[in-house]
Write a protein that binds this ligand. Structure first.
Ligand SMILES: Nc1ncnc2c1ncn2[C@@H]1O[C@H](COP(=O)(O)OP(=O)(O)OP(=O)(O)O)[C@@H](O)[C@H]1O
Ligand SMILES: [Mg+2]
Length: 502
């Protein structure tokens, strides 16, 4: 069959938020029976442009065409009647209701739901699209992967011909990703068109026919889905990237321990120790990587080093100042900077970037008992420039993309020049560009003589950045080695609790 007009076409879409141009004249189209990926760094404008196509936001300029016809789309209702469906990053399901009830919502005119019809429709949608879900189950009891399937069936059962999926794999485990991809393949074989938003290169290559890349609100280009990863990464960030090769070269660490951990024991739940007899040194100019499957004592170790948890015995000292039993303020004053795993928990979303940057040290910005707003703002303007944060000082942190949120945290911690940096999962969920930036900042601190303890589940990251590694398993150090001697297979064995290094 020859299809002259694309199923969905966006022409010259422009969208501004204040001074920020989130979308700058974007042209994009998806053909019938095609998966077209939309790739870009955090904050590139992917979600915004597709929210426009689905009527969740209005464009300042540009046109949406469906099967060749210009359409005015003011709401999701308009989009649905034009045959466009979208599964957003955060699902819009009602937890206490069943799958069938959720599928019926938005269809019923009055308040009463026709449950029997809803159940039939759910069953027939599941059959038609080959997506298995039990219509009588409560949504709140489903796994995230199952909820996603309900969202997809909901969109399909409204007869959409174009399905937009916003980072659908972000919440899935690898098996669920494979199942999703199999579903998507069979849907496009039946003529559905899919827009697949992602910043994961491997996935984009695995599923898409074509890829369009956005960078800072602009369309960089559209390429074949088989384009190699390096090329796609280059389009995405505008420069070559690290890959997984080792980047922490340069001067060898000093032999001067800054952080000294001795015989640390931490009690855990159920009488099992969370940490048993952990001892380690981190020297000036050194990154010590902590490898391990999560839940093997990493969190507790970081909490002790941050003054958030008391060990049962043992010591952790920074140049002679004891951290065990200290509170977070004392730990900070001892020169320890902490970049936690849960970014959102240590920032206040409703507060501005400027205030979040000084949250831990409001006292330093006082002026005779009053807060000096002008100094806070000037401080923010300076850090925004130094740390390349793509936001304004007055923007609420909640409106920032993931990469920019991490940059705010980095700026807050690193601007104090900590001698010891305790950092967990620093690049989790970040795209290539933000990842590269965060890593380069840590390496710069290493070069400046900071002692860095890096906890990560990403072995490639540990190998790329660390000088030495320790492996934690059930709260004990089961292996210790220079990164130069690390063998991924042996590391994997140690992490799985198979054997102990000599
Ligand atoms: N409602 C809003 N108000 C102000 N700024 C916004 C709003 N929505 C998005 N932005 C900004 O627009 C830019 C593009 O955001 P968008 O969410 O489209 O990016 P994205 O490519 O989807 O990023 P991510 O990979 O982090 O999801 C970002 O700088 C973001 O902070
Ligand atoms: Mg997004």
């Amino acid at each position: 069959m020859i299809d002259s007009a694309p199923a969905l076409e966006l022409r010259g879409i422009t969208k501004r938020f204040g001074d920020l141009v989130a979308n700058d004249g974007i042209d994009f189209d998806v053909r019938r029976g095609e998966v077209h990926a939309l790739l870009g760094e955090n904050g590139a404008g992917k979600t915004t442009v597709m929210r426009i196509a689905y009527g969740l936001t209005q464009a300042d300029a540009g046109e949406v065409r469906v099967e060749g016809q210009p359409r005015i789309i003011r709401s999701p209702r308009d989009a649905i009647s034009a045959g466009i469906g979208m599964v957003t990053q955060h699902f819009a399901l009602v937890g206490p209701m069943s799958v069938a009830e959720n599928l019926a919502l938005g269809r019923s005119r009055g308040l009463r739901l026709d449950l029997a019809a809803a159940r039939r429709r759910a069953a027939s949608a599941s059959d038609r699209f080959g997506i298995r879900i039990d219509p009588s189950l409560r949504v709140a009891n489903l796994s995230v992967g199952q909820q996603q399937r309900v969202e997809i069936v909901k969109a399909l059962s409204r007869d959409c011909r174009v399905l937009i999926l916003d980072e659908p794999t972000a919440v899935l485990v690898p098996d669920e990703v494979n199942a999703l991809f199999a579903t998507l393949r069979s849907l496009v074989a039946d003529g559905l068109s899919i827009v697949f938003i992602s910043h994961k290169l491997a996935e984009v290559r695995a599923i898409s026919d074509r890829v369009s890349v956005l960078r800072r609100g602009k369309l960089v280009g559209t390429a074949a889905g088989s384009t190699d990863e390096r090329e796609l990464a280059r389009m995405m960030v505008g420069r070559p990237t690290f890959g997984v090769e080792r980047v922490a070269d340069g001067a060898a660490p000093s032999a001067k321990p800054i952080l000294r951990i001795r015989g640390l024991h931490v009690a855990g739940a159920n009488d099992l120790p969370a940490i048993s007899d952990v001892s380690a040194d981190v020297c000036a100019g050194e990154i010590l990587g902590v490898a391990g499957v999560s839940g093997n004592g990493q969190t507790e170790l970081v909490e002790v080093l941050s003054g958030m948890r008391r060990p049962t015995s043992g010591s952790a000292a920074v140049s002679g100042t004891e951290l065990a039993g200290a509170d977070p303020g004392q730990v900070m004053r001892a020169g320890v900077g902490r970049i936690p795993e849960d970014r959102h928990a240590s920032l206040i979303g409703d507060l501005s970037v400027a205030y979040n940057l000084v949250l831990e040290r409001l006292d330093d910005f006082g002026n005779g008992g009053r807060i000096d707003e002008r100094r806070i703002r000037a401080h923010a303007v300076e850090l925004i420039r130094r740390f390349d944060i793509r936001a304004g000082p007055d923007d609420p942190v909640a409106t920032l993309s993931g990469g920019n949120i991490q940059k705010v945290l980095l700026a807050r911690v690193l601007s104090r020049d900590p001698r010891v940096i305790v950092v967990s999962q620093p690049t989790r969920g970040l795209d290539v560009g933000a990842t590269e930036y965060v890593r380069s900042q840590l390496l710069e601190r290493r070069a400046d003589g900071a002692a860095i303890l890096l906890v990560s589940e990403d072995l490639d990251e540990l190998i790329a950045l660390s000088d030495r590694l320790i492996v934690l398993y059930e709260g004990r150090i089961v292996g210790e080695m220079a990164v130069a001697d690390a063998d991924p297979e042996q590391l994997g064995m140690l992490m799985a609790g198979r054997g102990r290094a000599a």
